[in-house]
Ligand binder design. Sequence first.
Ligand code: AMP
Length: 459
Amino acid sequence: MTEAPQDPVAVPAESPARPAKVERFQTLTGMRDVLPPDSARRRALVQMFADTVAAAGYTEVVPPIVEDLGVFLRVGETTDVVTKEMYDFTDKDGTRIALRPEMTAGVVRAFVQHKPLLPWKVWYAGTNFRHEKPQKGRYRSFEQVGVEALGVDDPDLDVEVIALGWRFYESLGLRQVRLQLNSLGEGQDRARFTEALRVFLEARAGELSEEGRSTLARNPLRVLDSKRPEDRAVVAHAPMVADHLSPASKEHFERVCSGLDSLEIPYAVDDRLVRGLDYYRRTTFEYAADALDAAQNAIGGGGRYDGLAEDLGGPATDGIGFALGVDRILLACDAEGVFPAPVAVLDAFVVDLVGGDAARDITHELRAAGLSADRRFGGGSMKAQMKSADRSGAAHAVIVGSDEADAGEVTLRSLRAVANDQRRVPRARLVGELKAAARSTPTTRDPSPGSQQEIEEHS
Ligand code: AMP
């Protein structure tokens, strides 16, 4: 007889006695469970985003959450997101891999790998991971929605992308969003400007904060968006990127600005806007929510990354995109009192007083007919079952007592009507009656203002 192979993670045949105290686990620091009704609100937000961008010709891309570490190193070797905050580790086969800290690198890797037809206009929704110090609006696991458009150099594409983000915020009901815009110039402009900035900042290094000096050593551009007062004082006199733009970059930027003017999308040109990742070229932009605290008010941002496909081993391809932070957008919606959680409404809740067959069969029959229905398991008194029916948010209770069962009927009671509104209907007509009622009432109820779930951080 051959021996069965050993399963390396098999539970021992005789499990040891249950320990007296079982360890209870919690979400990791900076990570949160999304529970109902916030989960429904997120789903509704992503759906609204999908509808907005699908109407502009964008289709969904779903890259994996983990990539070869090199994909991210290639895009941000001088950025905190990649050097300090990334969850990277060695896989079982020795490959160095990382949980994605942002979406663009993976999407452009997919573009290079699959060589789709141009232009490639895609959208995504997904979770990213950054090992940051958690606080309200800053988590280690957070969700983004975004678009990427590759293969077009036209500044009108920049306008399309920026406008899509803007319209999406508007469709959620947000009114206190500010758009900031800048151009970092083409690769050569950016390199010349960075050098001029480095020389300027090095001459004043003594006036910078300690953190500012360390940022200067890694990436002079990032000193521009330092929030520290010492750094801001120095930066106020720093060279301007606008003075280092080539005529072509300038013309591109002017067309973007006039396009936004034409679409009546308000913006402010912010010469200090550089953004976190290395790959940005020419147009860069950020959306800020004025309803949130200044420290965490960035609710989205993006820009052109014309050299990125080449950096990842593909052909030279222009590209632009944005990523919007779902967690922060929902906080901004709370602050403005808009986009509440949708409340799911059932068409019917079956109350069975005759032993359970009716509840089992009628819920099945209603669901098969395309209606939504629920019931209480384990039966219970009329009062207990009606309480469950009320709590379910169902539009109607379908009550089956012995009278109804004998007559082949059900009692249909409205759970919305103020006055008692109930009638007996033949069971064979139940589906038709409920469908007629569903047509005259929406399937979701107007919710009370939703609240973004705030789960305590364990630090
Ligand atoms: P970034 O890729 O850093 O430009 O981020 C784009 C958007 O994602 C930001 O504007 C934020 O809204 C959101 N975001 C970035 N980092 C976090 C985080 N740690 N927690 C929550 N949202 C984040």
